[in-house]
Design a protein around this ligand. Structure first.
Ligand SMILES: C[S@@+](CC[C@H](N)C(=O)[O-])C[C@H]1O[C@@H](n2cnc3c(N)ncnc32)[C@H](O)[C@@H]1O
Length: 247
């Protein structure tokens, strides 16, 4: 629970936390299933202890949106543990739909009967708030990969300070990612493409892995499309896929 002092130091968040309505089934899942996989910030998190079985690697997805990418990579890699972070409650609820198979209009039934779909491993934990509130609780050099896919571009110059890729957040990510680990950033916005390249060029903790233009023009082989990626393509924008290695 936050006290007044914590509230004063809370970073300002400019995006949306809630849509106009959260439907009945989504609410049911947020109330009854999210607590089973929810992470809390405050004290240091022991990542291996978050999962019922030992995990080989740990990955973090920041701003998972509707959760399609997170759900898919977690299913591809049951041997790994995934931390997903999203402030937008409708997005979190959508991830819960994907994990449980319970869709809008389905009979909700008894809370104790909700479970992961049979083909899913229990390898996702969710922080449903601003990731910057979680950073201090995460152990250093603990992640093999961090995904930041289509972050809000805040294209206007006067909003540049809101962009997630900035020196302060990169310093935290450099602390969290193991040496040799990967920071994957995708964007479809011209202003943000230039911004990311500039921020990363000035950063001493990461090196760009691209050897030729195909390496950043095409998604990596194990890629899963996201909602914003599809929207960008529909609207005629070409996404780029930057991969940076922690040195
Ligand atoms: C443009 S959307 C992209 C969503 C998704 N990655 C995709 O590609 O479809 C950016 C998402 O990041 C989330 N977000 C922005 N800042 C965040 C923060 N500080 N912590 C957690 N989530 C954040 C927003 O709520 C939003 O859902």
């Amino acid at each position: 629970m936050m006290n007044n002092q914590d509230e004063l130091h809370k970073p300002k968040f400019f995006g949306r936390r809630k849509g106009r309505t959260i439907r009945k089934t989504k609410n049911f899942l947020l109330e009854n299933f999210l607590p089973r996989i929810r992470l809390s910030a405050g004290k240091k998190i022991d990542l291996p202890a978050c999962f019922p079985e030992p995990k080989q690697k740990f990955c973090l997805e920041i701003g998972f949106g509707d959760g399609e990418h997170l759900a898919a990579i977690a299913q591809d890699c049951p041997q790994n543990g995934f931390i997903g972070v999203e402030v937008y409650q409708n997005g979190v609820a959508n991830l819960l739909n994907l994990l449980t198979g319970i869709k809008e209009g389905d009979e909700c039934g008894n809370a104790d009967d909700i479970s992961l779909l049979p083909d899913r491993t229990d390898n996702i934990r969710v922080f449903d708030d601003d990731v910057r509130l979680l950073f201090a609780s995460l152990p250093s050099a603990s992640f093999d990969k961090v995904y930041l896919l289509f972050p809000d571009p805040w294209p206007k110059k006067k909003h540049a300070s809101r962009r997630f890729v900035n020196p302060e957040n990169l310093q935290e990510l450099a602390r969290l990612i193991k040496k040799g680990g990967i920071l994957q950033i995708a964007t479809d916005h011209a202003v943000y493409k230039r911004w990311v390249m500039e921020q990363m060029r000035n950063n001493k903790d990461f090196v760009w892995t691209a050897k030729c233009s195909d390496d950043w023009r095409n998604p990596p082989a194990d890629w899963h499309e996201t909602k914003y990626q599809r929207k960008a393509i529909r609207e005629g924008r070409k996404p780029v896929f930057f991969e940076y290695k922690r040195i």
